[in-house]
Design a protein around this ligand. Structure first.
Ligand SMILES: NC(=O)C1=CN([C@@H]2O[C@H](COP(=O)(O)OP(=O)(O)OC[C@H]3O[C@@H](n4cnc5c(N)ncnc54)[C@H](OP(=O)(O)O)[C@@H]3O)[C@@H](O)[C@H]2O)C=CC1
Ligand SMILES: CC(=O)[C@@H](O)[C@H](O)COP(=O)(O)O
Ligand SMILES: [Mn+2]
Length: 361
């Protein structure tokens, strides 16, 4: 029997690639509910193509998903660039059903609220999928490496980074992704988010997690074990592999993507230390880990606002750094919400307060 799949964020980069995996294995997966945003035209085309239910706030009003369709699904892929559907995700997990989770903002911001379901949460973010596959959840892990490409500004000087245009920031050298994660990647904010994500998913301390740069996007993660051994994960830079693995776990689907290179070439890859002088944003994940869960949440919320401000030319990269540091520090002593309702209420207050600060700049 084909698994019934609900896709949140079906019209986006990860969502569309999820449907590509589903198309390749129609005997294994069938979409039951597709949730999208502004691109209602595409959403309706997809709904017709698969003969399934669709939902968009731009079509149907505030986020109220058809619960019957959701509950009758076997597995969820959460790939929306919003945390708005956290309560539905939590409800789905509460039914004992797995969620393939791409939206790292949820893991960074709301981990204490979903941690009890960690056995049902399957990482989709490429590095975390790789970490999962090479043993980061197993006993005996000493430390891990989250690998990055370096992003669109990786060869720019400090001054060029400070004056980068939106077009430059959104021209990723390796991956074709949605705008927010591409922006994050340009400043190593994405790696900071991924350090927190890895700490939560694999229950590791900040000092056990390092960022390294590999320019071709062929190495995604490394895990060092206490016996002195090291696992490394190679693959072409494609999200099809992590999406397919999350959907089909524990089996591996015959995607037949080209192997990245012959094993003999492995020594040809270069891993570099990140340049934190040019990319200080890449240290903020560790800083937020030090200061606690509410600071991590504030970091992610502030980053969402910073992206809007960068697009509107209200903030330069150095302003973004200051803004993120302030958010992390401002919320260090605030206790973390005890429920999803309280989380959304705190999130709302954070957004209001942060926009007030922006207006005062
Ligand atoms: N793209 C990638 O390769 C990777 C992405 N990720 C993570 O996955 C998540 C998604 O990224 P990506 O696919 O690139 O993002 P995109 O911007 O390409 O897609 C975002 C999706 O979310 C939908 N959406 C946004 N707001 C709403 C809303 N209020 N209600 C319903 N749907 C909404 C969009 O709908 P619409 O377009 O119709 O407005 C779209 O389907 C992010 O958290 C990102 O960090 C992680 C690793 C790799
Ligand atoms: C594909 C994926 O997982 C992204 O998060 C990717 O890692 C972004 O590219 P960077 O490695 O440049 O941040
Ligand atoms: Mn990633």
């Amino acid at each position: 029997m084909a698994l019934k799949v609900a896709v949140i964020g079906a019209t986006g980069s990860v969502g569309k690639q999820t449907l590509e995996v589903i198309d390749r294995f129609p005997d294994k997966f069938v979409p039951t509910l597709l949730v999208g945003g502004k691109n209602v035209e595409l959403l309706q085309i997809l709904g017709k193509k698969y003969g399934c239910s669709v939902f968009s706030p731009w079509l149907h009003g505030p986020a109220e998903l058809p619960l019957d369709k959701l509950e009758s699904s076997d597995i969820m892929v959460y790939a929306a660039s919003t945390v708005d559907y956290l309560n539905y995700m939590s409800h789905f997990l509460g039914l004992g059903k797995p969620v393939c989770l791409s939206t790292k903002e949820i893991i960074v911001e709301a981990w204490p609220l979903i941690e009890s379901f960690s056995g049902l949460i399957r990482p989709v973010d490429s590095e975390h999928s790789a970490l999962w596959r090479i043993g980061a959840k197993e006993p005996g892990v000493k430390s891990i490496y989250v690998v990055g490409s370096g992003g669109s500004l990786r060869d720019r000087k400090r001054e060029e980074i400070e004056n980068a245009t939106l077009d430059q920031v959104l021209s990723h050298p390796v991956w074709n992704m949605g705008p927010k994660v591409t922006f994050d990647s340009a400043f190593l904010i994405n790696k900071s988010m991924e350090v927190i994500e890895a700490s939560h998913l694999f229950n590791l301390r900040g000092e056990q997690i390092s960022i390294v740069i590999e320019r071709t996007g062929s190495i995604h993660a490394l895990v060092d074990f206490v016996d002195g051994s090291r696992n490394v994960f190679f693959s072409k830079p494609t999200m099809l592999i992590p999406i397919a693995y999350a959907l089909s776990y524990p089996s591996i689907l015959p995607l037949d993507e080209e192997t990245v290179r012959q094993p003999g070439d492995a020594l040809g890859y270069r891993l570099d230390k990140p340049d934190f002088d040019r990319f200080p944003w890449g240290k903020l994940g560790h800083y937020a880990l030090e200061l606690g869960y509410t600071s991590r949440m504030a970091f992610s919320v502030a980053d969402e606002i910073a992206f809007e401000c960068f697009k509107d030319k209200i903030m330069k990269p150095s302003d973004i750094y200051d803004f993120l540091v302030k958010a992390i520090e401002d919320y260090r002593a605030i206790s973390y919400p005890e429920s999803i309702t309280e989380y959304f209420s705190l999130r709302h207050d954070m957004i209001e307060k942060m926009w007030k600060e922006v207006r005062a700049i």
